[in-house]
Design a binder for this molecule. Sequence first.
Ligand SMILES: Nc1nc2c(ncn2[C@@H]2O[C@H](COP(=O)(O)OP(=O)(O)OP(=O)(O)O)[C@@H](O)[C@H]2O)c(=O)[nH]1
Ligand SMILES: [Mg+2]
Length: 654
Amino acid sequence: MKLMTLVDEFEHYSAWRDAVYVRVEALRDWLNAQELGDAESERQLNQLLERLQTDTLNVAFVAEFSRGKSELINAIFFSDYRQRVLPSSAGRTTMCPTELYYTPTRRPVLRLLPIETKTRAGSIAEFKRDDDAWTEFPLNLDSADEMSATLMRLSDTMSVDAATAEAYGLINQDDEETARNLARDGSIAIPRWRHAMINFPHPLLKQGLVILDTPGLNAIGTEPELTLNMLPSAHAVLFLLSADTGVTKSDIEIWRRYIAPVQGASRARLVVLNKIDGLWDDLRSEDEINAEIAKQVTGSATLLDLPAAQVYPVSAQKALVAKVKNDPALLARSRLPLLESALSQELIPCKQALVGESTQGGVEDVVVKTTELLETRIATLQDQIDELEGLRGKNRDVIQHMMVKANADQQQFERGLLQFNALRSVFAKQVEVLRSHLSMRVVRENVRETRLVMEKSRFSTGLREAMGHFFRQMDADLKTSSESVREIRNMMTAMYRKFSDEHGLAAVSPPNFSLRKYRKEMARLEGVFDERFNSMFRMLTVGQQQLTARFFETLASEVVRVFELANRETEAWLKALIAPMETQVREHKVQLKRRIESVSRIHAATETLDERIAELEANMAMVSDQMDQLARINTHISHALSDQPGESRLFKIA
Ligand SMILES: Nc1nc2c(ncn2[C@@H]2O[C@H](COP(=O)(O)OP(=O)(O)OP(=O)(O)O)[C@@H](O)[C@H]2O)c(=O)[nH]1
Ligand SMILES: [Mg+2]
């Protein structure tokens, strides 16, 4: 039924809006749950949700007084109450702009803003937030009579002096009517109320429809908020003409001043030619009447500079009667269903498109931002995984190799160490031999034996032989020791070089050492002795023998001293020879141990690496899931927005 079109359209729109709301809410909650939303996204989505929730569809009825605005509102929206809800009568009826809306937080009520507020600071929007500024009259929904009696207050006027009226900005000296209204005593009837708010639980109002009924031209002019805000923000404006008056000067003025300038491309704007029942004439044929209506429509359209199709001829009064009396023929004749249909077609899809676009835009912003965030996360995770993966691939081989090599090196070193220690015992034996050659005990024995031989000698040849033997003995020991030193040095140098080559030890340079200077010293001492002995006689006197004995003792002590020095130096050299090697070996052993520990640590870390990669991969899977979920939620929002049947109505949450 055409009668139901506006209601149906509106209900469909409301269901669509609810579905979109649920989807967008799901996105916001999901972002919160996933801790993906930043403050800006949250703010954006909350704003979208608030807009969807408080979304209203504002329809304004504008015309000069008495064109039938209130009657048309009654016919379209309140016929179910089977009588006039809004007062409608000849002359000025609606004295102030009247908003019909519904909010469940307030009881059904008529609230009126006294005209006196005109002298107070504050706009109507500001007074709307101040409950105390309003005078309230509850609406008894159970009694249509009581209700319309209460709503009669919309017509309240009061008498004030010209100064007061002027203070309220209600005096327009150019206006004939104002002048007429000025009584002889100088008083003038002005609207009692400045603005009216009717909270009314009508099904369409419940779904966000807001109806704005306005008084005629003079009242429009005195309330700048009407022209600056309320009319421009209306989604549809119905401009009423009346067939009984035709298009008057003031009609054109209202149209030109208040309606034509605020129209947007997307704003529905319907011109209603009301009271066509005045053209109904039983003496004329239906065709003649229709032709007359069409003529008026064309004339009005021309005057308003509009296509004739945009002018809807109706009879609000007969439509209300037809609906109240349930007379379909009369309703059809009133042509109201055509206007309702046009209104719903112009109004709702346009509004839905607007809301859809802004929701889509807001959601897209958040989805794109979140997708980018997730993509960055995935890229970062992938980078980390690649890096660790590369490290793992490389390290696995390297570390394995290092482990094997370190172990092999250690084993080889242990074997080398056995050789080193074996050679060291050879060294120790050679040192023993060396020491035996340089032994002070042997030296002292030699000295003692030589002394004995010399004491027994009566001839100088015997002395010379004994001394010669002594020196040869001593030199032989030194010579053998020198060879031993050379051997030890060569052996140790060769052995260390081989060992250091095999195990990568630092090179050492064993100090050079020779006993040559001691042999030279011994040769010198022997020379001194020879010189002294040559001057002696073949036969020794007692005195000569004692002198020679003392001389030998001195010489022997010199020899002992030489050998002591040689011994000391040899021992020092032996130490200098072996110590760096031992240090290197010890250090190498420590290094090997550290190397194995370190490789083991790295090896252990490789296991941590695996865990870390697994962790990153799990994160990656989670982020991928989030991407999928986000895409799914976005698809759901798109489906809801595109108003696909069977999709938008199913409140399935991802
Ligand atoms: N014959 C006829 N009279 C109508 C029709 N519509 C409204 N009227 C009458 O016109 C007069 C004015 O109607 P309202 O609805 O009060 O007009 P309005 O535009 O609201 O006027 P204000 O509130 O004063 O601005 C009333 O007496 C209505 O009964 C109609 O379609 N046909
Ligand atoms: Mg009215």
